[in-house]
Design a protein around this ligand. Structure first.
Ligand code: NAD
Length: 370
């Protein structure tokens, strides 16, 4: 039976990258029935709101969505569609893997991080106001609850256990934000004690950024509050090769929504230039969520081999990377076709090739990193 899934093409480069992802999803042989709904700037033109009720209804019904990036025009009076979707559907866990693929687009081929971010409260709760009539002072409320902290931290430990990760690191700023940060820290310590088999530690957010910039290979799974998670996941995406290759997923108790870390990149809209890999790797995460492990492995392997070959890659991966080999850039659709062509052909028993740098040094063996 076909899996019914809501598809939100989104704005800017969204329609191009979601078409690419759909092509690759269909190449796996897993049967999908796509229910296409519009949200974002495009929906304002057609429905007068960036989040028409049928979007949430469709996701609630299907419990699954593949989403392109969305633009919420600043100053339009509408609240962020992305924040609204997370809050309305109680998608409390944002999971963003940052994996260097074939060593391209990064100076850190050993990067293999996961950022698990609380996605419903913190500084993104939407509670803010002007303090005075002249708008010379403003306040944003940082809401942190024990319930939401426990839920995200338990989710992180369970994810780490299931995915055979080595260590869970809590990231906070409890030394300065003693109540909100302190509450998150207390929740982490209590839950870490329930997972004695899993290594765990803590970093202050500022130190974490410095450590990641120096030695990302030393870290594994990071769990944190909303704003820190937003910032850290872009940092980790940059370490792993850029926004073009960074997928993400949002999980609630019953619903999962898959979306790339990147935004709608309006300057590339309609040019068939954007990197489709982030959205395609969302399909890999979706397949894993559905328990279609072999199909998910095929998608990841096809992406890896396409990037490693460096024959059909978009502009961001065509630059001199770890292999120091610039190539002419291909289009978004050409790269998607190449990945889709490889999906049924890849040999899953062959170890992933290790990236070799121009100086002859060899990148991290991903097969040994699990
Ligand atoms: P962005 O991620 O859209 O783009 C930043 C830069 O990253 C681009 O100019 C481009 O150089 C590069 N980039 C991003 N995606 C790429 C891809 N697939 N391939 C190649 N290069 C890529 O961030 P922004 O410019 O800050 O935001 C643009 C719009 O997107 C804003 O309206 C913002 O609100 C929205 N946004 C939406 C989401 C979402 O829907 N989840 C997330 C972030 C930003």
């Amino acid at each position: 039976m076909a899996t019914r899934i809501t598809l939100i093409p989104g704005d800017g480069i969204g329609p191009e990258v979601t078409s690419a992802a759909r092509l690759v999803a269909e190449a796996t042989g897993v049967s999908f029935e796509w229910e296409v709904v519009e949200a974002g700037a495009k929906a304002i033109a057609s429905s007068g709101t960036p989040l028409p009720p049928e979007v949430l209804d469709s996701i609630r019904k299907n419990r699954l969505a593949l989403k392109g990036p969305i633009t919420t025009p600043i100053g339009s009076g509408f609240r962020s569609v992305n924040v609204a979707i997370r809050q309305e559907l109680d998608l409390f866990a944002s999971v963003r893997p940052a994996r260097a693929i074939a060593g391209e687009g990064t100076r850190f081929p050993e990067t293999d991080l996961i950022v698990v971010r609380e996605a419903t409260e913190g500084l993104y709760s939407g509670v803010e106001h002007w303090v005075d009539r002249d708008h010379t002072a403003a306040e944003t409320v940082n809401i942190v609850t024990r319930k939401a902290s426990d839920r995200i931290i338990r989710f992180a430990f369970e994810w780490a256990r299931r995915e055979h990760r080595r260590r869970v690191t809590a990231v906070h700023k409890a030394n300065i934000m003693k109540t909100t940060g302190g509450l998150f820290q207390t929740a982490f310590r209590a839950l870490a004690a329930q997972y004695p088999q899993m290594a765990s530690d803590e970093r202050l957010i500022d130190n974490m950024c410095m450590q990641l910039a120096k030695k990302p290979g030393e870290y594994d799974l990071l769990v944190t509050t909303n704003l820190f998670g937003d910032v850290l996941s872009d940092l980790c995406a940059g370490l792993a090769g850029g926004l073009g290759v960074a997928p993400g997923a949002l999980y609630g108790e019953q619903i999962a929504v898959f979306e790339p870390v990147h935004g709608s990149a309006p300057k590339y809209a309609g040019q068939d230039r954007a990197d489709p890999v982030a959205e395609i790797l969302c399909v890999e995460l979706l397949l894993r969520h559905l328990g279609k492990t072999e199909a998910a492995d095929r998608v990841f392997r096809a992406v890896w081999e396409t990037i490693a070959e460096k024959k059909v890659v978009t502009y961001d991966l065509a630059l001199p990377g770890y292999t120091q080999r610039p190539v002419p850039p291909s289009s978004c659709s050409a790269m998607a076709r190449e990945i889709a062509r490889k999906v049924p052909l890849v040999d899953l028993d062959r170890p992933l090739p290790r990236p070799v740098a121009a100086d002859g040094s060899v990148g991290m063996d991903r097969n040994l990193m699990e």
